[in-house]
Every structure is written in structure tokens, then in C-alpha cells.
Design a protein around this ligand. Structure first.
Ligand code: NAI
Ligand SMILES: CC(C)CCC[C@@H](C)[C@H]1CC[C@H]2C3=C(CC[C@]12C)[C@@]1(C)CCC(=O)C[C@@H]1CC3
Length: 345
């Protein structure tokens, strides 16, 4: 049996702690002896040692009690990219993040760790071994990305040693793992509708998929290394599995692991992208009358048909980061965790 020690400087808050990444982060923080307040619009589980505070992060008065006596805040809340709701993304990711920063300053929080995204530099064209000094996307592909860029800028600019708030941004890419509500469920839904027979493009494009425990590891290292004299203050860090993989090999491994056929037939990338763009426009125009959500959005098609993998040397150097779970083990553990999504279940 392990005894949990809870020193007072190990009090932290996780905004978005009911979500996929947030809950994995909370579980690891508890293991490491932290006491945790979760702030979220919903409560998705119960755990001893976790105090839940329900509310919208755009409401400072609701946030402040969750930050009481807390020295470290993780901000990993965001509307899901699939919501494609510009107003919601702007309100939560931009205005809400301003409020999170104000609340941290008011509550005397010393460290703020943001979950950003490697996609802040992605414009739909190849990124090979991209480093953190790539410029932000000038033409972000969707509202999610557009507002993640602004969110990251706000948090990094808020790093102020004089005011006593230190900040850092973690940029994960393609997070996957048990309980993910996005990648595997969307993939399986597409397979069940017969839409996963096709490979978009020639199928050789390399991408990063990052097992959730590696992302958590990167966040905790960043939090623990964030000190006034450390080089990480106000900087973004790529956190990946450091094992770029062919997008369609990864999809096939997950599909086959769950009992579905791997995609086989090739479709030209430009054709599928064009169709996805048309469908997206149609959905936008018809939104007041009918609501439909295309599976193949321009963002998903771009992610499926281009190279996008990132260099995480900076995290290795400054944070001492090294993935703790390999891609192979991560895929096996993920597949095993979705018995209800198996073919025929
Ligand atoms: N899933 C992925 O592949 C990647 C995710 N990210 C980032 O990681 C973070 C976590 O993502 P996931 O865990 O995948 O998403 P998730 O949807 O599972 O979790 C997000 C959480 O934020 C909460 N939330 C949303 N709006 C809120 C509001 N107004 N006030 C309070 N709570 C609110 C939700 O209720 C949810 O529990 C997000 O910031 C996302 O942008 C970055 C790169 C890749
Ligand atoms: C229908 C198929 C072409 C694709 C099915 C799988 C996709 C749902 C996922 C493949 C890459 C994923 C991804 C994200 C969401 C889920 C995928 C599109 C993000 C957009 C999530 C938020 C981010 O910050 C970046 C991610 C990049 C990879």
C-alpha cells in the first residue's frame, strides 16, 4: 500500500479536470501526493482527495473558491473541436482564459500550466519535425485552432516574475488513450457507417499520436520545473510520443485491434479536401434550418492527408522529458479499454 503525503505546496487546481486529459492528470497528481481541486462545468467521476467545483471558467467568482490556497493551476479546459461553434470557442478559450489569468493573480496562484496544442502552427500543409519556433498559423484551419493560438499567447504573455505568476504552455499532439471521447469513438463511428474503407492521399504521411500518460508526464514535469530562475518561464513545449507514425498505419492498428477492417482504397487528397470544404460550407449555410455534422471536416481531412510531426527536443532538454509509454503499448492499452466499441459488441 502506498501512503500519500500532501505537503501544503502540493495543492493544485485542474480546470477541465472532468475531461479526458484532465482526469488522467488528476489521477497522476493524486499518486504523486498532490491534493487536487477540479473546476469544470460538469462532474464526470468521484475520487477520494478531489474537491469538485462546478462552474463556467468565464465566471471569475465561480473560479476563485477552486483556487483558494492553491499554488499551481493546470488549465486544460476547452470546448471540443467537433463543436465548431465560433462564439463558444471565443468565449471559453479567449475571454475565459483572460478570466483564468485574472483569477490566478487575484488568488495568489504562483504557477499556471496551460494545455495548448501543437496545432497552433498547423495550416493544413506539411510540418516535418516542427520546432516550437515555427510561427503561429496565419490562416488557422478552424475556429478551435484560431482560439487556441490566442489562448496560448495570452497565457505566455501573462508570465510575470514581478507579479509572481509564472506560466508555461504544453503543446501535445493527437492525444489518445483510455476514456478518450474523441479519436477512437469518432473513428469507430465512421467505420460502423462504412466510411473507413478509404485512405486519403498515398497513405505515407507521418504524424504524432501521443499517449495520454506521456502528455500528463509532460505537464507535471513543466509544473515542477517552473521556477522564477528556470528557462521554461513563458515558453511553449511540444510533448509527443517522439515516434512519428504513418497516420493510416495508426488508424489501421486501432481499427484492426477493435475487429474492423483496415482502410484499403486510396482517394486523392485534393478531391476529399475540396468535398469536405463544400460540405462544411453547406452545413454552415443550412445551420439555421437543419443541423448536420460531417464526419470528414476540412481539419480532419488535412490531418489525415499531410505530415504533421513535431520535435520535442526542447522538452527533453529543459524539462527532462522522455515518453513513459511507447506507441505500441499505448495502442494496445487503448484498444483494450474500449470493449464496448469492438466490432459486434
Ligand atoms: N485531445 C487531443 O488530441 C488534444 C487536446 N488538446 C487540448 O487538451 C485539453 C484537454 O482536451 P481533452 O481532454 O481532449 O478534452 P475534453 O473535452 O475531454 O475535456 C475538456 C474539459 O473542459 C471542460 N470545459 C469546457 N468548457 C468549459 C467551461 N466553460 N468551463 C469549465 N470547464 C469547461 C469540459 O467539461 C471537459 O471536461 C484542451 O485544452 C485541448 O484543447 C491539445 C492537443 C490535442
Ligand atoms: C474520419 C477520419 C478521417 C479521422 C478519424 C480520427 C480523427 C477523429 C482524429 C485523427 C487526428 C485527431 C486529432 C484531433 C482530434 C481527433 C482527430 C481529428 C485534434 C484536432 C484534437 C485537438 C487538437 O488540438 C489537435 C488534434 C490533432 C489530431
Amino acid at each position: 500500500m502506498t501512503t500519500r503525503v500532501r505537503p501544503s505546496n502540493k495543492r493544485c487546481a485542474v480546470i477541465g479536470g472532468s475531461g479526458f486529459l484532465g482526469r488522467h492528470l488528476v489521477e497522476k497528481l493524486l499518486d504523486r501526493g498532490y491534493s487536487v481541486s477540479v473546476f469544470d462545468i460538469r462532474q464526470s467521476y468521484e475520487l477520494p482527495g478531489v474537491a469538485f467545483h462546478l462552474g463556467d471558467l468565464c465566471d471569475k467568482q465561480a473560479l476563485l473558491p477552486a483556487m483558494k490556497d492553491v499554488s499551481l493551476v493546470f488549465h486544460c479546459a476547452s470546448p471540443a473541436p467537433a463543436s465548431d461553434d465560433r462564439g463558444l470557442f471565443e468565449r471559453v478559450n479567449i475571454q475565459g482564459t483572460r478570466i483564468v489569468i485574472q483569477a490566478c493573480i487575484e488568488a495568489g496562484v504562483q504557477k499556471l500550466v496551460l494545455t495548448s496544442s501543437a496545432s497552433v502552427v498547423f495550416e493544413g500543409t506539411d510540418i516535418k519535425n516542427g520546432r516550437e519556433d515555427l510561427p503561429y498559423a496565419k490562416k488557422p484551419i478552424d475556429y478551435y485552432t484560431e482560439t487556441k493560438i490566442e489562448q496560448e499567447k495570452l497565457v505566455l504573455e501573462a508570465c510575470d516574475k514581478e507579479k509572481g505568476l509564472l506560466t508555461v504552455a504544453i503543446r501535445p499532439h493527437g492525444i489518445f488513450g483510455p476514456r478518450d471521447p474523441q479519436l477512437v469513438p469518432i473513428l469507430v463511428d465512421a467505420a460502423r457507417r462504412g466510411k473507413m474503407k478509404f485512405i486519403i492521399g498515398d497513405g505515407t504521411n507521418l504524424v504524432d499520436f501521443t499517449f495520454v500518460e506521456n502528455v500528463v508526464h509532460g505537464h507535471i514535469l513543466a509544473a515542477e520545473r517552473l521556477r522564477p530562475d528556470s528557462p521554461i518561464c513563458g515558453k511553449p513545449y511540444h510533448i509527443t510520443n517522439d515516434e512519428p507514425v504513418k497516420f493510416w498505419d495508426f488508424m489501421s492498428d486501432v481499427l484492426v485491434g477493435l475487429g474492423y477492417a483496415a482502410p484499403r482504397y486510396h482517394l486523392p487528397y485534393a478531391l476529399v479536401y475540396g468535398l469536405a470544404l463544400l460540405l462544411w460550407l453547406l452545413a454552415l449555410i443550412l445551420r439555421p434550418l437543419v443541423s448536420f455534422k460531417p464526419t470528414f471536416t476540412p481539419m480532419r481531412v488535412a490531418l489525415a492527408g499531410t505530415h504533421h510531426y513535431y520535435n520535442c527536443e526542447r522538452a527533453k532538454q529543459d524539462l527532462g522529458y522522455k515518453p513513459v509509454v511507447s506507441l505500441k503499448d499505448g495502442i494496445a492499452r487503448t484498444v483494450q479499454s474500449y470493449p464496448h466499441l469492438r466490432q459486434g459488441a
